[in-house]
Design a protein around this ligand. Structure first.
Ligand code: GDP
Ligand code: MG
Length: 177
């Protein structure tokens, strides 16, 4: 008898950060290959998927995008943080407040056992807006180091624009996930 087809493994990655930092645009860019025409504020939880091939195996990457936990109902929060393989923290590098919120987001994840035991990365989005930068690369890099995370400055809008981080050559949405 023919063998059943191998099951596609699913990797669940949650994308976290203040409203407006570009979480929806980043996940859209990764899954649909382009910047969305328009985005509506995410209501509750939304997820997008993309099949990728790694070492000859097809893997499903599932990106969970949120409106911000404060709007979640408790049952939703449990569901959101369950079976997470990796966490992407996003701030907007043209918005200092979104950077100052990071410790609270990191703490929230730790409360759900998503600390150093899972891969975590820090993403400074909107690096296409170089004239409006409020969060410098040095400060962001220091923060990332202190939390043992790699930093990527990127742009969901213009993936070719260069961030100033340590990942100059790979600074685009494709590389961060
Ligand atoms: P979310 O609330 O974190 O999901 O943020 P959205 O993805 O909805 O984006 C918020 C706003 O920022 C929208 O107006 C987007 O068009 C804009 N935006 C998102 N990513 C970028 C980016 O990389 N560069 C620029 N210039 N604008 C962006
Ligand atoms: Mg959103």
């Amino acid at each position: 008898a023919a063998l059943p087809p191998p099951r596609t493994r699913i990797f669940k990655i949650i994308v976290i950060g203040d409203s407006g930092v570009g979480k929806t645009c980043l996940t859209y860019r990764f899954c649909a290959g382009r910047f969305p025409d328009k985005t509506e504020a995410t209501i509750g939880v939304d997820f997008r998927e993309r099949l990728v091939e790694i070492d000859g195996e097809k893997i499903k990457i599932q990106l969970w995008d949120t409106a911000g936990q404060e709007r979640f109902r408790k049952s939703m929060v449990q569901h959101y943080y369950r079976n997470v393989h990796a966490v992407v923290f996003v701030y907007d590098l043209t918005n200092a407040a979104s950077f100052r919120s990071l410790p609270a987001w990191i703490e929230e994840c730790k409360q759900h056992s998503l600390g150093t035991e899972v891969p975590r990365i820090l993403v400074g989005n909107k690096c296409d807006l170089q004239d409006s930068v409020q969060v410098g690369t040095d400060v962001a890099q220091q923060f990332a180091d202190s939390h043992s995370m790699p930093l990527f400055e990127t742009s969901a809008k213009d993936p070719n624009s260069q961030g100033g981080g340590n990942h100059r050559d790979s600074d685009h949405v494709e590389a961060i996930f």
